[in-house]
Design a protein around this ligand. Sequence first.
Ligand SMILES: NC(=O)c1ccc[n+]([C@@H]2O[C@H](COP(=O)([O-])OP(=O)(O)OC[C@H]3O[C@@H](n4cnc5c(N)ncnc54)[C@H](OP(=O)(O)O)[C@@H]3O)[C@@H](O)[C@H]2O)c1
Length: 226
Amino acid sequence: MKIGIIGGGSVGQTLGAKLIANGHDVVLGIRTPSQAEFDKERSMADTISAWMKKTGGKVMSFAEAAKHGTLIINATSGGISLDALKQAGAENLKGKVLIDIANPLDFSRGMPPTVITKYTQGTSVGEELQSAFPETHVVKAFNTIAAAVMVDPSLIKGEHDLLISGNDTAAKKTVSDFARKEFGWTSIVDLGDIVGARGTEHYLPLWVRLWGATGTPFFNIKIVKS
Ligand SMILES: NC(=O)c1ccc[n+]([C@@H]2O[C@H](COP(=O)([O-])OP(=O)(O)OC[C@H]3O[C@@H](n4cnc5c(N)ncnc54)[C@H](OP(=O)(O)O)[C@@H]3O)[C@@H](O)[C@H]2O)c1
């Protein structure tokens, strides 16, 4: 499958590496695909040069990555995801499934981050993207899980849940099938329409606290019913 990943940080690199290893034709998109950017040190991620050497993967602009993919993954900082996807181009996203992993976190006052105020006022990145790109099928998924666990849920013992939301039933099936086949997810909880993104994005302050409390980012939610 041709996959375009918008964002070259920890999430983009981790998903890209796994999907290339699985045999997919992946283009990773960054803002400015230049040698200086490829060699730039990145927080919590390899340089792009090191990633390309390790994976054999291709790195291009946001627009080229989006044009390439029949499936698109948004792995940019939530506060700028709308801008990044506008750079990717509505025409390159049209008719495609977009997996939105972004969280709108503000690290400007250090740790712990807060949810950017705009996204606490009755909206979410997922909704904003769906509204800006009505001909794209946005599915919020994977944003409640550390990058390494997204591609290898077996890092956590026992069954645990992948939470998804989106307006298009067929797109959610595509993403669920993709998560099962590519990464081995077994339990997927559908939260309903894209408004469900508010819940998962607003979970992040608790996720950060749980990271501190458990001492590991390798944990997840399991919904237990009576
Ligand atoms: N890290 C995790 O384990 C994890 C887990 C769950 C969800 N998430 C979410 O996944 C997303 C990606 O996280 P991440 O840690 O991989 O990377 P990140 O540092 O949050 O985002 C990296 C990407 O955002 C782009 N970017 C930053 N500022 C920009 C701007 N002003 N305009 C356009 N693009 C800009 C960067 O472009 P350049 O490449 O050009 O610099 C880069 O590609 C975030 O929303 C995060 O909250 C992360």
